[in-house]
Write a protein that binds this ligand. Structure first.
Ligand code: NAG
Ligand code: NAG
Ligand code: NAG
Ligand code: NAG
Ligand code: NAG
Length: 391
């Protein structure tokens, strides 16, 4: 079929578009963060002329998986433990780890799976595997396992990836296990996002803003923890009413109105309920204060000076002479006086009016009575004002 020039160009553009799409899709997937990073191993097979150092497992080369290929790290012989690690330079967000074990370029199962068997993979923030997260460990029970290509999902954050294996004297291993262990690692690839606050296969999706330390799951984008004041998988929900702080586990103090407080720091937004004070309304009123946010002073007429109930201002111990009501803010009614206005005036001249504090009749007594309080009946033989009349 004859293609004219326009058709030809159209098809080329179409093919190039597909090609660019495939290239970008492929190349922007998780990066191998271990490539050429500093690596270490506990022992190295005595090395001449070929080098079997730890760095061989992060050199990007594993087309020749024999000892002679110069692409594998190989631990020293006759060891009961083997340990290798790579330092990823900083805490990164890991997706998965690929291990390419030695095969001598033979079909799987090759000659070395029995040395690989029983291995451990850790991700740690220190060079100590005990400090880290155990991504994988298994005592394989089936002969000819594990296969030499392993992919281990380990979506955690960390700095060191540690390969470890051991043969313990106190453990009975399946009979196909080697006597000694090695780390014959032709390549260890650690895929993930170099900057931990991004996730997704392209490492271009920012973690939700309220994730603690901006860290989230590399696959789902769910936060690994929330900053104080938020909850939910993406930390998008503010703490519910009356709770605040880390994981919304703190309870608001005695805030006024609806009882709500700032979801982050617990500060009450509209002051405190009766009896409480402070930013968070978690402190009781100091002596002498009461009411909302402790803004009111106890009555100066409380019998025990300034002691009142912090919620309602009720004087503890009653009222001073001349004052009444629970808060001691009202003078005695006419005709009453004394502590809590408990006493009645005597027979004062001006119709039962007396000093509200001490009961003294200010304008003398009614005829027939005497005394400061006019509560003394004239003695026999006397009568009238001040008992001055004589019968
Ligand atoms: C691996 O390297 C060795 C040493 O250079 C060589 O003899 C062997 O042919 C290589 N094997 C493969 C499969 O490349
Ligand atoms: C490493 O440290 C980060 C905090 O910087 C923490 O989120 C992460 O869980 C730690 N990783 C491990 C494996 O302990
Ligand atoms: C193991 O990985 C190598 C390198 O990617 C690949 O060539 C080989 O086919 C894989 N072998 C198996 C059994 O998957
Ligand atoms: C608590 O947070 C609120 C709102 O951001 C702020 O106005 C207040 O000053 C904070 N209080 C304290 C004690 O940090
Ligand atoms: C908060 O209110 C409760 C219930 O009324 C009360 O028992 C508690 O003493 C109050 N706390 C403060 C600090 O006022």
């Amino acid at each position: 079929m004859y293609l004219n020039k326009i058709d030809f160009q159209g098809r080329m553009i179409y093919l190039i578009t597909i090609w660019i799409f495939l290239i970008t899709t492929y190349s922007s997937a998780f990066k191998n963060l271990a490539l050429n990073k500093p690596a270490w191993q506990r022992t190295t097979w005595p090395s001449k002329p070929i080098l079997w150092g730890a760095a061989k497992a992060v050199d990007g080369l594993y087309t020749n998986r024999s000892a002679d290929g110069n692409q594998c790290s190989i631990a020293g012989g006759n060891q009961f433990t083997a340990e290798w690690r790579v330092d990823l330079d900083s805490v990164v967000s890991i997706s998965h780890i690929n291990i390419f074990y030695r095969t001598d370029n033979l079909q799987s199962p090759g000659p070395y799976y029995h040395r690989f068997a029983g291995y451990f993979v850790y991700v740690s923030n220190t060079t100590q595997r005990e400090d880290g997260y155990l991504c994988f460990h298994e005592i394989q029970q089936v002969d000819r396992t594990p296969t030499e290509n392993q992919t281990i999902s380990c979506p955690v954050h960390g700095r060191y990836v540690i390969f470890y294996n051991e043969r313990r004297q106190d453990v009975t291993y399946p009979s196909f296990y080697s006597q000694y262990v090695y780390n014959e690692l032709c390549e260890v690839e650690v895929y993930g996002c170099p900057v931990q606050r991004y996730y997704g296969e392209n490492c271009d999706l920012p973690c939700p803003e309220n994730c603690q330390e901006q860290r989230c799951s590399i696959t789902t984008g769910e936060c690994l923890g929330c900053v104080p004041g938020y909850k939910g998988p993406r930390c998008s929900q503010a703490c519910e009413k009356e709770t605040y702080g880390l994981e919304c586990l703190s309870l608001c103090g005695n805030c006024s109105d609806s009882g709500e407080c700032d979801n982050v720091n617990g500060t009450c937004l509209n002051g405190c309920k009766e009896g409480a004070q402070g930013d968070k309304c978690q402190t009781q009123c100091q002596l002498g204060r009461f009411g909302e946010s402790c803004l009111q002073n106890c009555s100066s007429h409380c019998y025990v000076s300034s002691h009142c109930n912090r919620f309602n201002g009720e004087c503890l111990g009653g009222c001073d002479h001349g004052w009444k009501n629970l808060d001691c803010k009202q003078e005695c009614d006419d005709g009453k006086f004394g502590y809590n206005c408990n006493q009645s005036c005597g027979r004062c001249s001006d119709g039962l009016q007396c000093d509200k504090i001490n009961g003294t009749c200010l304008n003398g007594c009614s005829p027939g009575f005497s005394g400061n309080l006019c509560d003394i009946v004239c003695p026999p033989g006397f009568f009238g004002t001040h008992c001055l009349g004589v019968v």
